[in-house]
Design a protein around this ligand. Structure first.
Ligand code: ATP
Length: 218
């Protein structure tokens, strides 16, 4: 069964979530305090409704409690974002994702029970910085403050070698979790597996170890 989503706050971020979900074919209720934004999304979302989501009664009347997943993409007005999240929590919405504006905002949102807190500008910055250091880093996902998962294009130095030859774990303390080839995803690579040109390596490790690997091997 397809999930039902509601997106609160139709700025660039919330708007793009709303549009993408609709394009994939999900039901999306688009909510914003500004009439103008509602008009923009009327033909994109399943339904677009003007509402100040800090008004508990108004939010309750929209029936958001029946949605599987509500995304709060109010950025600037931190107070409104927190209050909206609290009300959604009270309404027992099962999954609430909230966009945080800064670290304090993020802390408060986690404390009051947001299921997931996202920080797109910061995450994009981290990803982009890694891509600046090495163009071979395609994907960068923070797992915790100190650990990440990265997707690296096999460098010329690596091609033709086995994982044993590369000895990444001993040299850098990182683990190669998977090797993505053109037509195959090897999710349990073995020491004798040979790296081919164009392969992508999925590596997990501490940020410091990953940086050393990026600097020396890519
Ligand atoms: P983005 O950074 O995603 O482009 P933005 O800078 O356009 O966003 P924000 O202030 O982050 O704007 O707010 C995002 C949206 O949230 C806006 O369209 C705004 O009208 C809406 N919004 C703000 N407060 C409320 C509220 N109390 N209820 C509903 N929507 C709200």
């Amino acid at each position: 069964m397809k999930k039902q989503f509601a997106v609160i706050g139709l700025g660039r971020f919330g708007g793009s979530i709303c549009q993408t979900l609709a394009e994939i074919g999900h039901e999306v209720l688009a909510i914003d305090i500004q009439e103008e934004r509602i008009n923009d999304f009327a033909s994109i979302a399943t339904q677009a409704i003007r509402c100040d989501t800090t008004d508990e009664q108004a939010l309750r009347e929209l029936g958001v409690r029946n949605f599987d997943h509500v995304i709060v993409a109010i950025g600037e007005n931190i107070q409104a974002s927190i209050l909206t999240t609290l009300i959604l929590k009270d309404l027992e919405v099962p999954y609430i994702t909230v966009k945080a504006q800064n670290d304090y905002h993020e802390k408060v949102l986690s404390k009051i029970g947001a299921t997931k807190v996202i920080h797109p500008e910061r995450d994009m910055g981290v990803r982009f910085a890694h891509n600046l250091i090495s163009e071979n880093v395609l994907e960068f996902i923070e797992l915790s403050q100190d650990h990440s998962l990265v997707e690296i294009i096999a460098s010329e130095k690596m091609v033709g070698k086995t994982l044993l030859d590369l000895d990444i774990r001993a040299k850098y303390g990182c683990n190669i979790m998977a090797i993505k080839s053109e037509d195959h995803l090897n999710i349990s690579p073995r020491a004798e597996d040979i790296i081919k040109k164009g392969d992508l390596l999925v590596v997990i490790g501490s940020n410091r170890d990953i940086s050393k690997l990026e600097e020396n091997e890519t």
